[in-house]
Ligand binder design. Sequence first.
Ligand code: SF4
Length: 344
Amino acid sequence: MSEALPRYQSILRGQASPSFQSTKSIQAELIPGASLEAMWKAHSKAARARKERSSPSDSSLLDLRIAIAESMLSSCELCERRCRADRTSGKRGRCGVLDAKIASHFMHHGEERPLVPSYTIFFAGCNFECAFCQNCDISTDPDSGRAYPVDLMARRLENLSEVGRAGFKVTLVREWGERAKNINWVGGEPTPNLAYVLKVLRETRSNLPQIWNSNMYMSEEAMRLLDGTVDVFLADLKYGNDECASRLSKVDDYFRVVTRNHKLGAKHADLLVRHLMLPGHLDCCTLPVLDWLSKNVPDASVNIMDQYRPMHLAHEHPELTARVSHEEYQAAIRHATDLGLRLL
Ligand code: SF4
């Protein structure tokens, strides 16, 4: 079997730079006041041509991506809820997020082994309404964090990955006394905060791989902006059907949207899929999810998680008041092994 997370590992070895750094050197036409449609045309052209910027004053593909993401905020379609809320004039869409608010950010040791330690940035607010949310204190209140200036965050990321003499070498961190392996954008959900993340990336010289830790319900447009920007999609695949998704997360058309984005993610970056098992959902969710992964993204790394705890509004759904049984978990592992999935 080939190496897991090859792009990510090559950045850690100093053999490649994080993708977002390349988007700074690709030239893109950015005309002040251009319509969103015109900017998407310029985006297609720049992404196709991949022509290097001849001077720092030329606009870059990353500049253009920021302009597009900011323009989208006036009729928000960053995720497939497609609320079209004008967030720039204080209107809230379904996620309720206006400006990016950061609930916490710290060196996280609880992620998958290849990712630890991971400098994790938790945004407040989410576009899902999962009855069993394990992070409900921040996901249900989009104002529960604080605004964190772009330049300050950009400098913070540099403090985590001092640029070494060798150029892209990831070196030790002063503040935390240990090496951060990556920057991990999560929530809640990072998607409503895409413009903020892109702006931080434009300002930072950090050479750490970027992880997009998401429920993967972003729109195709948001996926285009992430293509070549992030290095790893740390992607939830929660449900194997739309009925469970609608009942437990109040989200429509789940399976089509999220599997489309998993396929795109695997094409553009490394893909590490997380499946949080839910009690009583082995046949309707876990097994179909594993089947889909083996047929469609066989090179992805997969983490089957059994640590579910009844939280938040789980008591409203009788099956969610239990824990995942040992038998359910073993059946999932057996099935994944039979399918030849790359388990983490
Ligand atoms: S991110 Fe999604 S839920 Fe939030 S305002 Fe935009 S389209 Fe609506």
